[in-house]
Ligand binder design. Structure first.
Ligand SMILES: [Zn+2]
Length: 506
């Protein structure tokens, strides 16, 4: 059976970044784009350049520094948007402009105040303009699944005629069901007479939990590109999860005859990087990348898996980057053991990097007996964050007195830009509140705390805690992370990490 290629269009940095509460700065976006290139996605939608200066600059930087995938920028069907996208994408070796316009009656009437005829003309001139900057042009009729089909076919035919090489069919509001979406793709193949000149793409939202199912139905009926995001990030309930659609095609390849060029062994590490940087924890029972996705709890299942893996396991965990641990790492483990373990987890570091990671490893190993894979991934996440965010505030000392009396915190912070020491003590409603009051007293620009989350990295009383905070300063969200076996130290570090990012922008 001849396998057909499915192109993976990743929109974690565009649609994913539009998720409520997500906010990534430029260096974080660059870091993610590099991870996506290692994962070997075909297209990276890096942002919406016209939407803000920050987006423009991030897309431009990714276009200059990330090699491998096609770099794509989103643009509404107007001159300013398309010119801005073209400018941001200029440094890219391979670039794509993705232009869109609403095509459903609801969008035409209430959002665009446009007739079908005007919409068609706008689409054609947008595609032609984009085509003057790059051969590779994608066109999306927004809200396609709720559009009048006859008009949709006419619009798509005209867009392909004008030069669109990819036609993307979005289920913008996540309303479609697989059978219906399959029919839409089939009808497009049948009624758009020049459809063989373009690749059909699908972009499904998860409002009814059907994003992956609808995308899959699209593939079965002729779509050859899927727009998706790591961990299913995206507007509202999110997008089709990249790891799920890729692993459906991979696991059932014998029955389906489709393949992608994704390096599946990088799935877990990419998922974990994006989860930490965006501050969106992955739900425990999430397919493929959830902590429990490969855990067998019941005795019957454990017994079966031990006797023969395939009794209860349809995916070999190694395929997505998890390797069954041979020997647990601990305080006495050396650099070589650490290096080997990291390689088993698909991370390759040079000697110098191993030295740096080993310092952090020892710090944790002195407090914790056994270092698990999740601990290592957290240490790496911490290292990556430190490498990309400019550190201004360093937590030097923290003393807490809490209990049934008055929770008191005393803190010492070193301001690294002018090497000053800041000290304060405060009473709070609890120890975290007392710490944050101290920080607010010492640092002039702070934000309002919007979210505070503690997550234990592994099970056990000596587990490391990651604390994630989101602060709001002048309506902009900054997130911060802290990692420590002491939850209060992690809390202080997380708040300072968010302030580092805020200061870096000032
Ligand atoms: Zn979307």
């Amino acid at each position: 059976m001849n396998s057909e290629r499915i192109y993976i269009f990743d929109t974690t940095l565009r649609d994913g970044e539009q998720a409520p509460g997500a906010s990534l700065n430029e260096v974080e976006k660059l870091q993610i784009a590099k991870a996506l290139a290692k994962l070997n996605v075909d297209i990276i939608e890096a942002g919406f350049p016209y939407s803000s200066k920050g987006d423009f600059s991030a897309v431009k930087r990714i276009a200059s520094e990330v090699e491998g995938p096609i770099i794509c920028g989103l643009a509404r069907a107007n001159i300013a948007d398309i010119e801005s996208a073209a400018k941001a994408l200029e440094p890219a070796k391979k670039r794509r402009i993705h232009t869109f316009i609403g095509s459903s009656d609801i969008h035409l009437k209430y959002k665009l105040n446009m007739t079908k005829d005007e919409c068609l003309k706008r689409a054609v001139s947008a595609v032609s303009l984009a085509k003057s900057f790059t051969e590779d042009v994608e066109f999306s009729p927004e809200d396609a699944s709720r559009s009048d089909y006859a008009f949709l076919f006419e619009l798509l035919t005209a867009a392909i005629e004008a030069g669109a090489t990819t036609i993307n069919i979005p289920d913008t509001v996540g309303y479609s069901i697989p059978e219906e979406f399959a029919k839409l793709i089939t009808e497009i193949k049948k009624n758009v007479k020049n459809i063989n000149k373009a690749i059909i793409s699908v972009h499904c939202h998860n409002d009814l939990g059907l994003a992956v199912a609808n995308s899959f139905a699209g593939i079965l009926n002729g779509a050859r590109q899927v727009e998706c995001a790591i961990n299913g990030m995206g507007e509202r309930a999110g997008n089709c999860a990249l790891e799920e659609i890729v692993m459906i095609l991979n696991t059932r390849k014998e029955n389906l005859a489709f393949y992608t060029n994704i390096n599946t062994k990088n799935i877990i590490q990419t998922s974990s990087l994006i989860s930490t940087l965006s501050g969106f924890p992955v739900q425990k029972n999430k397919a493929i990348v959830g902590e429990n996705a490969f855990a067998h709890e019941s005795g019957i299942h454990q017994d079966g898996v031990l006797k023969h893996k395939e009794t209860y396991e349809i995916i070999n965990p190694e395929t997505v980057g998890i390797k069954a641990s041979s020997l647990p790492l601990g305080r006495r483990s050396g650099k070589h053991a650490l290096k080997v373990r990291l390689e088993e987890l698909s991370y390759n570091f040079d000697t110098e990097e191993i030295e740096q990671i080993y310092i952090k490893f020892k710090e944790i190993a002195d407090k914790k007996k056994i270092i698990k894979d999740q601990d290592l991934i957290s240490i790496l996440g911490e290292k990556e964050r430190e490498a990309i965010s400019e550190k201004i505030f360093n937590l030097e000392k923290l003393q807490i007195a809490s209990g049934s009396g008055l929770p008191i915190a005393a803190i010492e912070i070193r301001k690294l830009d002018d090497n000053t020491i800041l000290r304060a003590a405060e009473i709070g409603t609890g120890p975290v509140d007392a710490i944050y009051k101290c920080i607010k007293k010492l640092i002039d620009i702070t934000g309002e705390l919007m979210e505070y989350n503690v997550h234990s990295v592994t099970e056990g009383i000596d587990a490391q805690a990651t604390v994630m905070v989101r602060i709001n300063h002048n309506n902009k969200i900054y997130n911060g992370h802290g990692l420590d076996t002491d939850i209060l130290l992690a809390s202080a570090k997380a708040y300072l990490n968010a302030l580092d990012k805020l200061y870096a922008e000032k």
